[in-house]
Design a protein around this ligand. Structure first.
Ligand code: CA2
Length: 147
């Protein structure tokens, strides 16, 4: 199985500020964590981070026929991007949403997730661990669909 893991804007700056919300580890540590979690689950993984909405839409479109599933933390675009929602719906690949922080307990503008509307599951507030959970869930979900 081959998964695409997408991280959205500013996640590349992880560890620089707001450690009480996002933790002290940097983005390189997150990438290593995701690679380890994928290896553990026996899935191949490509990691993609971009700060631009259109680049994320392009990457989701290009995932069609290449990847079996998508793990996505759209970061701030979670709460604004109908374009990312539409791209996820268009490719119709099973997708799992991840947030490091528990967005349900934060500002009201973070209470809506457009991308989440096209995802089979959301993990939030688990820090890096959410990505591991997402990868495992997605593998099982796809295996279940194929059975
Ligand atoms: O909790 C999450 O994973 C978020 O997707 C992170 C986004 C935020 O806009 C979402 O509401 C929830 C922010 C990602 C980057 O934030 C940084 C802030 C300061 C320093 C470095 C990164």
């Amino acid at each position: 199985m081959n998964f695409l893991v997408i991280n959205g804007p500013n996640l590349n700056l992880l560890g620089l500020r707001e450690p009480e919300i996002y933790g002290r580890q940097d983005f390189a540590a997150l990438q290593s964590f995701i690679r380890r979690a994928a290896a553990e689950a026996g899935v191949e993984v490509e990691l993609f981070q971009h700060n631009h909405e259109g680049a994320i839409v392009d990457k989701i479109q290009a995932a069609y026929g290449v990847f079996d599933g998508i793990v996505i933390n759209p970061a701030a675009y979670t709460h604004t991007s109908v374009a990312i929602l539409d791209a996820l719906k268009a490719v119709a690949l099973p997708a799992v949403e991840v947030h490091l922080s528990d967005v349900s307990k934060r500002e009201s503008f973070r209470q809506i997730s457009y991308a989440g509307m096209a995802c089979v599951k959301t993990y939030m507030g688990l820090g890096f661990e959410g990505y591991r959970e997402a990868i495992h869930y997605l593998r099982q979900y796809i295996e279940g669909e194929r059975a």
